[in-house]
Design a protein around this ligand. Structure first.
Ligand code: SF4
Length: 287
């Protein structure tokens, strides 16, 4: 019996911040009842299911959490929260488990410092993204959110002391384009590159692997933006399929192929990748 050679791309699966938040959340959920996780841990239904099975309740409604006396513990996920939300939770005497990713925390503290120095803070990020909502809370009211190059071109040109920062997971090419546009408008602009290079590294490793295999499989939730962009990058190089579970795999695509590459986004739990790997290992090669 001939089996497929399976290669898993380096860096596949949860990034450092999510891995830490996920592991600790499950531990806290197993040990404590009446514990709330403040919003989905990642955009991945398998990971969310595991969180709920550990006994945690996922909720984002601060008022209902604060007013619910039965809730004793609140977990802050890797995206972090604004200082105002943290203050409200502390005043309500809940136990807080702050699992904000240290890289996000650094951006929050940088924002606070820049705001105290009276800079206008331009945040390159997605409107209403939880990480951006948290960061903007550290900027008092002195911030502008831009999400693309068109927002940068149309920015209010009367800013006196602007600085540029970014949501950690934004696209690096777009950050450079936006920096160039803003530097032309504000020659004295100071740029802080606050991107996290985890996403870039994951994409680089997957692209490298795509040159060594016959077919790539990108694994994750089809609503996860980091996994979608991983898929889009990889498929530029080789035939690639995007799967959530084994039923998404069309075995006909394996015909005349021997080496299969697997890559997961930073919101994909290891066991989702492992499940796909085991399934392919159980198949005989098709010629
Ligand atoms: S992508 Fe980077 S900044 Fe965001 S949670 Fe993961 S490690 Fe932290």
């Amino acid at each position: 019996m001939n089996n497929y050679k399976i290669l898993i791309s380096k860096n596949s699966g949860f990034c450092m911040g999510v891995k830490n938040a996920f592991k600790k959340s499950i531990e806290i959920g197993n040990m404590n009842q009446n514990t709330i996780l403040l919003g989905d841990i990642v955009h991945n239904r398998f990971a969310i299911k595991q969180i709920i099975e550990s006994g945690l309740i996922v909720d984002e409604n601060i008022d209902s959490i604060i007013n619910n006396k039965a809730i004793k513990n609140v977990i802050i996920r890797a995206h972090g929260v604004s200082p105002e939300i943290e203050k409200q939770l502390r005043e309500s005497k809940k136990n807080i488990y702050d699992l904000t990713c240290p890289i996000v925390k650094k951006v929050q503290l940088l924002t606070k410092k820049l705001s105290n120095e009276n800079h206008e803070i331009i945040i390159f990020g997605k409107l209403n993204h939880p990480e951006v909502i948290g960061i903007q809370g550290y900027a008092s009211s002195n911030f502008i959110i831009i999400s693309n190059t068109s927002d940068a071109e149309n920015i209010n040109r009367n800013l006196l002391n602007p600085v540029l920062i970014s949501q950690t997971t934004m696209n690096s090419k777009e950050f450079i384009q936006i920096s160039t546009i803003l530097k032309e408008i504000f020659p004295h602009l100071t740029i802080y590159n606050t991107l996290c290079n985890n996403t870039i590294k994951t994409q680089e490793y997957a692209i490298k692997l795509s040159h060594e295999v016959d077919l790539m499989i990108v694994i994750g939730d089809k609503k996860s933006s980091n996994t979608i962009s991983l898929y889009n990058k990889v498929k530029e190089n080789i035939e690639t399929i995007f799967v959530e579970d084994i039923q998404d795999i069309d075995i006909a695509l394996f015909k005349n192929k021997n080496r299969i590459g697997l890559a997961g986004g930073s919101s994909t739990p290891d066991y989702q990748i492992e499940k796909i790997k085991k399934f392919i290992e159980s198949l005989e090669t098709v010629t």
